[in-house]
Design a protein around this ligand. Structure first.
Ligand code: AMP
Length: 534
């Protein structure tokens, strides 16, 4: 079995990887890192969610020296991705102190020039802004020996091809060029023929994988509300034993702590535990003194427990094979099992590629509302309260003076409600968190998007609605007004699915045409619809 120790990389990077909580290389890392370390050009076919950033990030960070010149250039389609990649590289290089800098449009160029002057080794940026710096001569590429084209298909879809070519022409020919892309359209192949030297191609799992016949559902969740969404989901399911999967051991530790703090019977399992600690956790799970086992893929290996009713992918797995592996842990011995997957907006495309590989479409369900959770939990909460009253215990006398005190000041209904809330209800999630589209001129509760194509590519409202419904897993009836014009389209979607629509449709295709969408600008004042009073 290959682990990070088998790669020929420096100890400081290994230490950083350990801190990040990675236990094992992901499939794309396993295949790409050794070939990248050999020094040749590599094309990697992988999506966000597969660990592709570290697949090129680890060799890049390993290769650059402390010399204060730009040695590696990473091109990304968006500023968000530039920031994300820079953050991941920063974490990978905490011990060898490499400086990385994200550079993108929309940020003050003066600030970037100042940062560049201080000496950075890796620059990550969008093609337009990088070109801008090259023209101003505030960025020099003479010492660049490695170029990464990240999400190359999206960059081409966004029309960056000319900028990319201009940039590549300014980097010495004797360089290492790495190209990562989720898809391999002819334009990517053309680009690679022109600018890469006999590249090796690495892909993950192109062989078919068959998913077991287990009920599968996915939930759309926002990163910041993930724990609260999870609590609502598990509160509305009848779970006997559930395995929750996280990507990293750090993730396992955090989720275990969060669930325990909320009163769930949960414990975590990860690769760092000793055999006896591991056995103790497994014993608790087998004899049902805990309901939830939280684990990484590595830690869950070899676990064989009969009555697992639910497998929950708290973090989406890194490849289809791991998905199949994880969900196969429920529904054993002819019992019904349920596999639930939490998907954030950025991971929508990765979910679609998993569905493609397992040749199955996974239905989606909405995260239960607090009202639904209360309805579902009524009997169980009532029973717990009744059981506690019946078993009394010496605390009852101990509490007596306090009870009297509280009841003198508050109505009994309020006191009971407060205690139920403290005990059973999780925080109300902030649905807006992370994605704030502002005023887009949509109807109440809707976000209006501007799509850059219209009748010119034969769009009809039905085609748009069907496409959105399929990509985002919502009923086409939930989609609001769609106005198609000659060269563009406006579409309204409910606020809660807006981040998913945004991530799924950005730089994608409808009707074979490249499309992009962005939040619409607010309508001019006089046009604004005013709610009618009845
Ligand atoms: P990416 O596909 O690069 O966007 O990565 C998705 C997520 O997986 C990021 O949060 C990474 O930090 C994380 N990740 C990358 N490699 C590994 C690994 N070997 N084990 C666990 N998590 C990883």
């Amino acid at each position: 079995m290959t682990n990070f120790n088998d790669f020929d990389i420096s100890d400081s990077i290994r230490k950083a990887i350990k801190d990040m909580g990675f236990e094992e290389p992901s499939p794309i890392q396993l295949k790409a890192i050794p070939v990248i370390l050999e020094g040749g050009d590599v094309i990697g076919q992988a999506q966000t969610g597969t660990g592709k950033t570290a697949a090129f990030g680890i060799p890049v960070v390993d290769k650059v020296t402390h010399e204060k010149v730009v040695q590696a250039l990473i091109l990304t389609p968006t500023r968000e991705l530039a920031i994300q990649v820079s953050g991941e590289l920063q974490k990978l290089s905490v011990y060898n102190k490499i400086r990385t800098l994200p550079i993108y449009g929309g940020q003050s160029i003066g600030h970037q020039i100042k940062a560049l002057k201080q000496g950075v080794q890796v620059v990550i940026g969008t093609p337009g802004r990088i070109l801008d710096h090259l023209k101003r001569k505030t960025l020099g590429l003479d010492s660049v020996h490695t170029v990464v084209l990240d999400e190359a298909d999206e960059m081409l879809d966004m029309g960056f091809i000319d900028d990319i070519e201009l940039i590549l022409k300014q980097v010495q020919e004797k360089r290492q060029t790495l190209l990562f892309s989720a898809t391999m359209p002819p334009a990517i192949k053309k680009l690679s023929r022109k600018y890469m030297t006999t590249p090796k191609i690495v892909t993950i799992n192109k062989g078919e994988v068959t998913a077991p016949l287990i009920n599968q559902i996915y939930f759309k969740v926002l990163e910041r509300n993930k724990i609260d969404s999870l609590c609502r989901i598990i509160d509305s399911e009848e779970i006997e034993l559930g395995i929750l999967f996280c990507r990293t051991k750090k993730g396992v530790a955090e989720l275990t702590e969060a669930l325990q703090a909320r009163g769930y019977l949960a414990d975590g399992l990860h690769g760092d535990l000793t055999q006896s600690q591991r056995d103790a956790v497994m014993k608790k799970f087998r004899d049902s003194s805990i309901e939830f086992l939280i684990a990484t893929d590595v830690a869950a290996r070899g676990i064989d427990v009969e009555n697992v009713t639910h497998v929950i992918n708290y973090d989406i797995p890194q490849d289809p094979e791991s998905y199949v592996h994880r969900i196969g842990r429920t529904g054993r011995a002819g019992r019904q099992g349920l596999a639930l997957t939490l998907v954030t907006p950025r991971e929508m495309k990765h979910l679609r590629s998993i569905e493609h590989e397992i040749k199955m479409s996974i239905p989606s369900q909405d995260v239960p509302t607090i009202e639904e959770v209360v309805e579902k939990q009524r009997d169980s909460w009532k029973k717990r309260v009744t059981d506690t009253i019946e078993s009394r215990g010496k605390e009852f006398e101990l509490f007596a003076p306090l009870v009297e005190d509280i009841l003198q000041e508050h109505a009994p209904q309020d006191v009971v409600s407060a205690l139920l809330k403290m005990n059973f209800s999780s925080e109300t999630p902030n649905e807006e968190a992370g994605y704030n589209f502002g005023d887009t001129g949509g109807a109440k509760g809707m976000v209006r998007f501007f799509i850059n194509v219209g009748r010119n590519v034969q769009l009809t409202p039905k085609i748009v609605a069907d496409e959105v419904s399929e990509l985002v897993g919502i009923s086409s009836k939930a989609i609001g007004r769609i106005d198609i014009f000659e060269n563009f389209t406006f579409m309204e979607v409910p606020e809660e699915v807006a981040p998913f629509v945004y991530e799924a449709l950005r730089y994608s295709r409808i009707n074979g045409a490249r499309v992009n969408l962005e939040p619409a600008k607010p309508r001019p004042k006089r046009e604004k619809r005013t709610p009618t009073r009845s």
